[in-house]
Design a binder for this molecule. Structure first.
Ligand SMILES: [Zn+2]
Length: 251
């Protein structure tokens, strides 16, 4: 059975409308919200496997604050420090699963050993290299001074195309809507089944009220993904919001 440990890997001040879609003139979409970045450390001692879901952002806080949202983070809250705080040696990781390739989920791969395979949905990589103009900044394909970070770990990427069992008790499922190749991770633990759904569910409100993220590229796909998650929830799975401090209370 897997054990899940959420790792706090920094926080940003984001506009509330980016987390929860605010249609309508009366909604205050620009209200600033403190938002955690979370990586998820998974271990199954009987399988002797260690897996990381998402990595948070990279080391260059100044770069990220300039190109994205203001980032707040101590060195110990970077992915390497966060793993070490829990006694985990980065070299011991068997696999990294990325829910999607956005900077705040994927950049940290560059600071981890280059021998670790990185699982990404094929549709996500295809979209990331040529995104809609509105999505370009999330993948940093709009920067003149450098190539996108995900191309720097291109040789580590193992593509998966669709829903797939990765290891016993560990499965990835496609959850498009926030991005075309977003995937969730279904994890079986001694306490039951949990789903790390990527940014399909940023905060509790997205899920409880079925309101998409303010960052989306296919609304029909988004609601289909909500339906898919709802079926898992009906069967007992717990849906974990990935940019919400309440995630730390769940485990
Ligand atoms: Zn995202």
């Amino acid at each position: 059975m897997w054990e899940i440990t959420p790792l706090f890997v920094g926080a940003v001040t984001a506009a509330s409308g980016g987390l929860v879609l605010k249609h309508g003139l009366k909604a205050n979409a620009s209200e600033p919200v403190d938002t955690p970045h979370i990586a998820w450390y998974l271990e199954d001692t009987s399988l002797q496997k260690k897996v990381l879901i998402d990595t948070g952002s990279g080391l260059d806080v100044e770069h990220n604050s300039r190109n994205h949202n203001p980032v707040r983070r101590t060195p110990g809250e970077h992915i390497v420090g966060a793993l070490q705080k829990h006694g985990i040696i980065p070299e011991s990781l068997d696999l990294i699963i990325l829910t999607h390739l956005h900077w705040d989920h994927a950049q940290g791969v560059l600071d981890l050993p280059k021998t670790i395979p990185v699982l990404v949905q094929k549709k996500e990589l295809q979209f990331a290299v040529a995104p809609f103009p509105t999505d370009a900044k999330h993948y940093e394909v709009n920067l003149k001074e450098d190539i996108p970070y995900f191309l720097k770990f291109f040789n580590q990427i193992q593509l998966v195309d669709g829903d797939k069992i990765i290891l016993p008790g560990l499965k990835v499922i496609q959850l498009p809507g926030h991005s075309p190749g977003s995937q969730g991770v279904v994890v079986d633990t001694a306490k039951g089944r949990y789903i790390i759904p990527g940014d399909l569910v940023n905060v509790k409100e997205n899920w409880e009220k079925r309101v998409p993220s303010g960052i989306y590229n296919d609304m029909a796909a988004y609601f289909n993904s909500f339906d898919k998650l709802a079926e898992y929830e009906t069967n007992g799975a717990v849906i974990v919001p990935v940019h919400d401090y309440t995630a730390f209370e769940i485990f």
